[in-house]
Each structure stands twice: as C-alpha cells, then as structure tokens.
Design a protein around this ligand. Sequence first.
Ligand code: CAA
Length: 257
Amino acid sequence: MTYHNILVETRDRVGLIRLNRPKVLNALNEALAGELGRALAAFDADPGIGAIVITGNEKAFAAGADIAAMAEWDYQKVYGDNYITSWESVKHTRKPVIAAVAGYALGGGCELAMMCDLIVAADNAKFGQPEVTIGTMPGMGGTQRLPRAVGKAKAMDWCLTGRMIDAFEAERSGLVARVVPPEKLEDEVLAMAARIAGFSLPVVLKIKEAVNRAYESSLAEGLLFERREFHGTFGLDDQKEGMRAFVEKRKSSFRHR
Ligand code: CAA
C-alpha cells in the first residue's frame, strides 16, 4: 500500500504508524484519516501483529485538524460529509493501539491520542483542546473522552480556556499512562507494545474489549461481561499453556489461539 501522509513499518509483532505532515505539525486532514484507517485495518487483519503504535515526530504528534483546509468550509459541507466520521477507524481497531506523543497534541491531535487505548508522553508533550480560540469546539471526542479521562473539572478547564497542558499535568490528571524523556519515547513505547504483542492475542483483545465496556455499561453489566470473557479464556489453548507453564516453572510460549 502506498501512503503519502503516514509512514508505516513493522517491528516483529508491532505495527508502527508515524503521522507524516511535518511542515504543518502533522495537521490532520481527510487524506491522512483515510491512510490511517487503511494502515490500522491492515495491521488489525495481520495475524503477525499483536499491538500497534501511532506516533508523530519530536515537535508534534499532531497540532489538530487542518485549519487551512477547514477555514472556508460551511455548515452544508461538514454536515453533508458528516465530517470527522473518517476517524472512527481508530475506535474500530480491535488490537491495542498506543499513542506515543512528543510535542504538540492539540485539538484533533489530543483527540486522536485519546481514541487510542493508552497514551505515553515525552516530557516535552503539550496537550490541549484549543478549538475555542479559533471559534469552534472539539469535534473528535474532546468534550466526551476528556471528561471520562480527567473528570469534569479539568475537562471544562481545558476545553473552555483552550490552554496547553504539559505532560506532567496530563499524567497527574489521568490522561497519560507514563511520561518518559523524549529520547527514550520510541524505545519505551516499542518495548511496551512488544510486551503486549508477546501475550496471547485473543486474551489481549478480550482485555481491551472489557476495559472499554467499563465506559459503555453499568457496573453490574460490565462485571458480568468481564466474568463471561474471563470464562471464555478457559476455551483457549493459551490459557492452558500459560497456566501449565507457571505450574511447570517454565516460560510460556503463546500461540495466539
Ligand atoms: N492546521 C493547519 N496548519 C497548521 C496547524 C493546524 N492545526 N497547526 C500548525 N500548522 C502549520 C502552521 O500554519 C505553520 O505553517 P506555515 O509554516 O506554512 O506558516 C506550521 O504548521 C508551523 O506552525 P507555527 O508556525 O504556528 O508553529 P509554532 O511553533 O509557532 O506554533 C502551535 C505551534 C502553537 C501548535 C501553533 O501552530 C498552533 O496554535 N496551531 C493550531 C492549534 C489548533 O488550534 N488546533 C486545533 C485545530 S481545530 C480541531 O482540531 C478541531 C477538532 O476538534 C477536530
């Protein structure tokens, strides 16, 4: 597959996608959304891949939706196109997706990171929802995923003031899982992704699905879903292998089935 707005590579069982519009700080346009969707779908379908990383460059993960492209659009167009739907590919990806964020993750960039399953940030990362400063509002999940991640008070603060949030505040607030030095970001995230990809793929998929269910259901329904999925792992060869390996004091060798 040929891509113009992203770079795609694999590292063993990890798929790595780099957003690649460096001249505009990886501003997110529709072409990039389409390519990202295709790359994610290809990794999701590839049995040799167990985890996916989305990253940018040292200056920007992504500084938001492409303002130059959007500036003259009118209501008829964005409503007619159902603008933003093209980003839902991230949500539909079944394998774990990690956002490795250095530099700016603003507007749609912050929202793209939040669509991923977890965010690891370099200590120079800057998050924010600055849409209010340009006469619009978050449109890729900022008003919905942010309160779930950081609570109402901070989500209101960030969305209504449009201020930038550094990596440490983002980590304290629960948006970011880990903060690392910028020069270690890629290695740390690839090691994390490789570790996840080494576990049983069906188990990893079940865990991702169950954690996501926590945001979409009551506690009672979520706990029941979890228990049934947990029961389901006992139908996997990898559950036998993992538990037998523990009992036999040897390293497990998962076959992803
Ligand atoms: N869209 C299009 N181009 C962008 C962009 C964006 N979101 N962000 C940066 N760029 C471009 C700049 O226009 C500039 O291009 P030129 O060199 O051709 O002038 C280039 O990237 C470098 O940017 P700056 O010169 O501005 O770099 P800086 O270091 O001085 O500032 C910044 C960096 C603070 C991130 C600043 O670029 C900025 O504020 N960007 C916009 C952030 C923003 O408002 N994002 C929200 C977009 S709306 C949205 O995302 C809606 C949604 O929810 C879906």
